[in-house]
Design a protein around this ligand. Sequence first.
Ligand SMILES: *[C@@H]1O[C@H](CO)[C@@H](O)[C@H](O)[C@H]1NC(C)=O
Ligand SMILES: *[C@@H]1O[C@H](CO)[C@@H](O)[C@H](O)[C@H]1NC(C)=O
Ligand SMILES: *[C@@H]1O[C@H](CO)[C@@H](O)[C@H](O)[C@H]1NC(C)=O
Ligand SMILES: *[C@@H]1O[C@H](CO)[C@@H](O)[C@H](O)[C@H]1NC(C)=O
Length: 377
Amino acid sequence: MENKSWVGLLVLCLAIAVVGLAEAGVPAIFILGDSTADVGTNNFLPGSMARADFPHNGVDFPFSRATGRFSNGLNSADFLSKQFGLKRSPRPFLSLNTTSLHKKSFRGVNFASGGSGLLDITGRTMLTLMKFGKERIPFGAPFFNRKNVITLSEQIQQLSLVKSNLAAIKGQRLTEKLISKSLFFISTGSNDLFGYYHSNTSFSEEAFLSSLELAYEKHLKSLIDLGARKFGIISVAPIGCCPSQRIYNTTGGCLEDLNDLAIAFHARLDALLFKLSSEHKSIKYSLGNAFEMTINVIQYPLAFNFTQVEAACCGAGKLNAESFCSPKAKLCPNRNNYLFWDLFHPTQAASKLAAVTLYNGGPQFVYPINFAQLAKA
Ligand SMILES: *[C@@H]1O[C@H](CO)[C@@H](O)[C@H](O)[C@H]1NC(C)=O
Ligand SMILES: *[C@@H]1O[C@H](CO)[C@@H](O)[C@H](O)[C@H]1NC(C)=O
Ligand SMILES: *[C@@H]1O[C@H](CO)[C@@H](O)[C@H](O)[C@H]1NC(C)=O
Ligand SMILES: *[C@@H]1O[C@H](CO)[C@@H](O)[C@H](O)[C@H]1NC(C)=O
């Protein structure tokens, strides 16, 4: 008897968990992009230098587990997924095995890979820069032999593989339907802008932004060809205000030129999405303005319970931003009051705020509809 009621309860709990996502008409969530959304992809790349599967990362995750997230706990991909009734982000593609897609509980895949960008070249150059910060070392042969990141192009190939596997299990028609109703979250672009800004290229800003816009268009068209219809896109935050960039400004202020690049990138992305949605009437999108969201927090920190929006919580040196977060780094105690976890990434508290704003924020932060409306659209 007792056993039976346990089973009954279990079934009920499972049913409720499934209803959360199904209620919104969203069968699954697919996440692509960079370290802002990576939930452990790079743990599977032994040679990668963009990894976070060691303490103090994860210090506020259940059991203080370092999962590969660049955060003290969950990241924005997790909190967005939670808004749609999942426990956290779907698992990384590279952690899946042949049984994963068969599961009744299949609710999506996360492909995001720290260090990647819109351009295939970005993972290589960026990592050297990120890893060594100010003591930059020349981009050398050893780094070209390593698999540092899964590029966005590769992430889309992986999605294509997932789709073929789903089709083999569920049939082509059901799979097409699943893909067309699913949400595709993309968070990328920062690493491309960092790479451009810190390189000495003679490429003009306009030409570079055009190349990024073209790359984004190519990626989105590939996703549309695969049947994706609902896009939740997150643009670039004021990355000139990252602790890692503030240390290049003698006043400790933001690097204005880098912020201007982020604003210009947002305008390009806005125009591109408008164009694509006119060409493909069946696609729906939300564009999250990470710049406005974050600048708002930096200007009015106390309104969001933040007391420190300049220094990193985990790191070393000036603004705690002269090294990456590592077991030897200095760790702040009041992590809920920090905007930045490490020299580049937001804390769990900041990621949660971002996800809630994307989900139900107004048009100044997420446009033309928010993520909740996107799910129902
Ligand atoms: C597949 O992955 C799941 C979840 O990590 C694990 O429990 C299971 O044992 C794996 N199955 C095989 C055949 O490796
Ligand atoms: C960047 O460009 C300046 C001026 O053209 C040059 O003096 C400098 O050596 C270059 N730095 C690097 C790292 O290539
Ligand atoms: C450095 O920060 C100050 C604000 O403190 C700002 O006015 C200035 O433009 C910044 N410098 C650069 C190079 O961005
Ligand atoms: C605000 O910060 C305080 C101090 O760290 C913390 O105890 C509290 O939980 C925070 N409040 C919210 C709503 O996050």
